[in-house]
Design a protein around this ligand. Structure first.
Ligand code: SF4
Length: 348
């Protein structure tokens, strides 16, 4: 199949039947993953702080730095969480804030060095373009320098958080203080250029149009053509509980599972240079998460020993490794535990 254009992808979102999309996305997935191996990772989210000044209207997780329940985890608390992860043979921490208004690069360097030195077998997949943008600003250095300094201390890769929809019209409504689309893309490009792989994400279901969704995919596909630095794409839907956005825009509708599967399938077809697409069972639940494997996803993401961000906005699905293995086998695929780099560690 030739590469889909923006107009063709838009046409598929708006006019193709769900069944047709599922068949095409599954065929594309099997072309990329003919062994029918569906992967997952055993990791843990560690939110080192919930203090944040960015005030994204879709976020129910953050607190202002002077609020009573704002926190910064101590080294001891972080170590304990990593010890618990090691006990279940986890390999990665997804390490993210809050964008704390006061912490500078040396604080982050010390923290990354502490973890990397004490836990050399744990991969630090951490921070985000949004955090990096602010760490660089408050430290009066470039984002490239901030990335390099954290990489030297042990930061292995960077998650795609903060992309939301890469349209400044949408960002101005849902997260006006967040870095703009070009900055998000530039920081990922800088990471790729110093050999640090990242992931790309999208949160849909707020005020975006279908065209803005496809234009987001077009931006990350172009950067992937240039650098090859994205390991995976992850799509999830806005979770509205406890958010300002739903108060200000009550017209926003909860996204149906069908809509999620429809977008996932077209993403699988459009992002032909992304090998891996994760199923977002954390927002969709385990059964839609399983069905997503028939709509182009080839990875179930994390077993999520701990998750705080979407839980604050109302989604609290949980799955352990055995449940994941059972769901994957149930649809005739082969489960495998992977590392951050998508290398297979163990088959079941
Ligand atoms: S999404 Fe991230 S940057 Fe935005 S308010 Fe929440 S914690 Fe802060």
């Amino acid at each position: 199949m030739n590469r889909l254009s923006v107009e063709e992808a838009l046409n598929l979102i708006e006019n193709a039947s769900l069944q047709e999309l599922g068949e095409m996305a599954l065929a594309k997935k099997l072309e990329l993953h003919p062994d029918k191996i569906t992967t997952f990772i055993v990791d843990r989210n560690i939110n080192y702080t919930n203090a944040c000044f960015v005030d994204c209207k879709f976020c129910a997780f953050y607190r202002h730095v002077n609020e009573n329940d704002a926190y910064i985890l101590s080294y001891e608390e972080i170590d304990q969480k990593i010890d618990e992860l090691i006990a279940i043979r986890g390999t990665q921490i997804l390490f993210q804030g809050g964008v704390h208004p006061k912490l500078k690069i040396d604080w982050y360097e010390d923290l990354v060095e502490h973890i990397a030195t004490k836990y050399p077998n744990i991969t630090i997949h951490g921070f985000s373009a949004v955090e990096l943008d602010y760490i660089a600003k408050i430290s009066k250095i470039s984002t490239l320098e901030a990335l390099k300094r954290l990489q030297v201390k042990g930061l292995y890769s960077m998650p795609g958080a903060g992309a939301e929809i890469l349209s400044d019209r949408v960002r101005d409504i849902v997260a006006p203080k967040k870095c703009d689309s070009d900055t998000w893309l530039r920081i990922h490009k800088e990471a790729h250029c110093i050999g640090m792989k990242t992931t790309a994400t999208m949160m849909f279901g707020t005020v975006e149009t279908d065209r803005e969704i496809v234009e987001h995919w077009d931006k990350i596909r172009k950067l992937q053509d240039e650098t090859g630095g994205f390991r995976a794409f992850i799509l999830w839907s806005f979770q509205s509980a406890n958010t300002k956005l739903i108060d200000e825009h009550p017209e926003i509708k909860k996204q149906s599972p069908n809509r999620y599967l429809r977008l996932l399938a077209v993403a699988r077809l459009f992002l032909d240079n992304f090998k891996n697409i994760q199923s977002s069972w954390v927002t969709q639940g385990s059964y839609i998460g399983q069905l997503a494997l028939k709509f182009g996803a080839n990875d179930l993401g994390s077993t999520m020993m701990e998750e705080n961000v979407v839980k604050a906005a109302g989604a609290s699905f949980r799955m352990n490794q055995d449940e994941m293995i059972a769901l994957i086998k149930d649809i005739g695929e082969n489960p495998a535990k992977r590392n951050t780099n998508y290398d297979i560690l163990e088959r079941f």
